[in-house]
Design a protein around this ligand. Structure first.
Ligand code: HEM
Length: 502
């Protein structure tokens, strides 16, 4: 009897797995064979490859298909290659793909859960509308002063560092620089990242971004079976970090009120919303400020490090960029202003190209919110039809699209000119998605780009950068992060330019 029960149970499990893992083939969607329980992400579970690398490999294999199906654990995911379908998901039929694919819950993670990136439905719409006004060009221009100060501190810090050794851990200096900008803009504080080895603000920021209270096995289970989070209250950010952020915010609010301080920063925009809208609480304010860390700090830090690496590997491009930057600097009485920084087309092209080669988010992840049927009509692809059911995650494979020779000439080469000579290097705009696209695109794009340009312009104006073999190259991306992070970090040599070359 016992043996019959065990066998029935085992056959039941095998049958359920069979049903799960034939979901795509039964719906006429091609895709690689999954392994029981891990689906197609075994190399990620084993710590070998990042999700971006895995999806890019499969994308290349299914070259002639408009989409393909994979499995994350037991969850079927549709990966879309057809550019018309991508346009429909992100823009034209956005109402069917309203939410990002994640399970951060506001009730469990009150601070992180208020980040628009993790919000869903009407809550996302309301928060996005509240925040949009804080990210205009005018508002970013008002905050330029903070970036100017941080970049001078960065140059000073590098001068001191290079007196001891030319070799610089680039991830570290870029993190110090971006935090030095984010701290005054969001929390109205001085981060002291260049003065102190481990500043209090940096410690809180890193704790907020670290996987905190979730142990490694818990994390693997959540990656494989994300729906378990619905049943277990797994908190992503530790309670003490939430508390530190709340205390920081409240003390600045009190200090500014008592001393009648009005500053032109995000903090002030949030304080104004709180005065006008009684439903916007101090917790919402903390949540929004913390969003800037989560969405802006790591992304900007990594992009800045990658661009410095690209410039070290392409000395001719570095020289051309330095000429543009130094000419503008001299023409403007040895100063970079907001307008000068905005008028450096080659710098912008270098940044765009860096974001093409290594987009921060290698896969954009949406959830289908209303059933949706699509029939591919691309003449270069095998015609296929799919009905995406509500609740199904959909990946837009940004890294794979941006390195596809069908969309970009010489995709593996760093060629900033492709963003200047639109004829020779023409490409479909929808294949270039470093900041996303449509109603859910990156809110901080303007802020992020200006802070990167100021930092890079000041470095290039003062230093020649060369490659250091301590950097693992070709780069390997860390499988534990959803954004692109180089294993081992980036190490480069900085050589101070003397006055005659400046
Ligand atoms: C170079 C730096 C940055 C890159 C590459 C980047 C990239 C992205 C990407 C790819 C998305 C997802 C877009 C989508 O799903 O369509 C996103 C969303 C977002 N980003 Fe950024 N980002 C950067 C800097 C920033 C900064 C500095 C801030 C804030 C100051 C910020 C705030 C946000 C927010 C709030 C969202 C969520 C938008 C929503 O879901 O409505 N980002 N970012």
């Amino acid at each position: 009897m016992f043996i019959i029960v065990v066998l029935t149970f085992l056959f039941g499990i095998i049958y359920l797995l069979y049903l799960r893992y034939t979901y795509w083939s039964r719906n006429g969607v091609p895709g690689p064979k999954p392994l029981p329980f891990v689906g197609n992400f075994i190399l990620n579970v084993m710590g070998e490859n990042s999700i971006g690398e895995i999806v890019t490999d499969i994308y290349r294999h299914y070259d002639r298909y408009p989409f393909f199906g994979i499995y994350r654990g037991l969850t079927p995911i549709l990966v879309v290659k057809d550019v018309n379908f991508i346009k429909k998901i992100l823009i034209q039929d956005f109402k069917h793909f309203y939410d990002n694919d994640n399970l951060v819950k506001q009730t469990v993670d009150p601070v992180l859960g208020r980040n628009p990136f993790f919000c869903k439905g009407e809550d996302w719409k309301r928060r996005r509308a509240q925040l949009t006004g804080s990210f205009t060009t005018g508002k970013v221009k008002n905050m330029y002063i903070f970036m100017d100060t941080s970049s001078s501190r960065l140059v000073q810090y590098l001068e001191n560092q290079t007196r001891k050794s030319n070799t610089v851990y680039v991830n570290d200096i870029c993190a110090r620089y971006t935090l030095e900008n984010v701290a005054p803009c969001t929390f109205g504080l001085e981060a002291k990242c260049f003065e102190e080895k481990e500043s209090n603000f940096r410690r809180i920021a890193e704790e907020f971004l670290a996987p905190g209270t979730i142990s490694k096995p818990q994390q693997i289970i959540m990656d494989l079976f994300p729906w378990v989070k619905k049943y277990f209250k797994l908190k992503i950010v530790p309670e003490k970090v939430d508390q530190s952020l709340k205390e920081l915010m409240e003390s600045t609010l009190k200090y500014r009120k008592e001393n009648n301080i009005v500053s032109h920063d995000f903090f002030e925009c949030m304080a104004q919303i709180m005065e006008q809208d009684s439903s916007f609480t101090s917790l919402d304010m903390v949540g929004n400020a913390a969003s800037f860390f989560f969405d802006g700090y790591e992304t900007s830090t990594k992009v800045m490090s990658f661009l410095l690496l690209d410039l070290s590997l392409n000395q001719d491009i570095q020289d051309k960029l330095r000429k543009e930057v130094q000419d503008a600097y001299k023409k403007n009485n040895n100063k970079f202003t907001f307008d000068v920084i905005q008028d450096l087309p080659y710098l912008e092209a270098c940044l765009n190209e860096c974001l093409r080669l290594r987009p921060s988010l290698p896969n954009m992840q949406r959830t289908c919110t209303e059933d949706y049927t699509y029939t591919s009509t691309d003449p270069d692809m095998i015609p296929l039809k799919v009905t995406v059911k509500a609740g199904t995650p959909v990946f837009i494979p940004v890294q794979a699209l941006q390195s596809d020779p069908k969309h970009f000439v010489n995709p593996d080469k760093f060629i900033p000119e492709r963003f200047l000579d639109k004829e020779e290097y023409s490409f479909n705009k929808i294949c270039y998605l470093p900041f996303g696209e449509g109603p859910r695109n990156c809110l901080g794009k303007k802020f992020g780009l200006v802070q990167l340009k100021v930092g890079i312009a000041n470095i290039i104006n003062n230093f020649k950068i060369t490659f250091n073999t301590k950097t693992r190259y070709p780069l390997k991306y860390d499988p534990h992060y959803i954004i692109m992070v180089a294993v081992g970090g980036i190490w480069l040599d900085f050589h101070k330019l003397d006055d005659s070359t400046m």
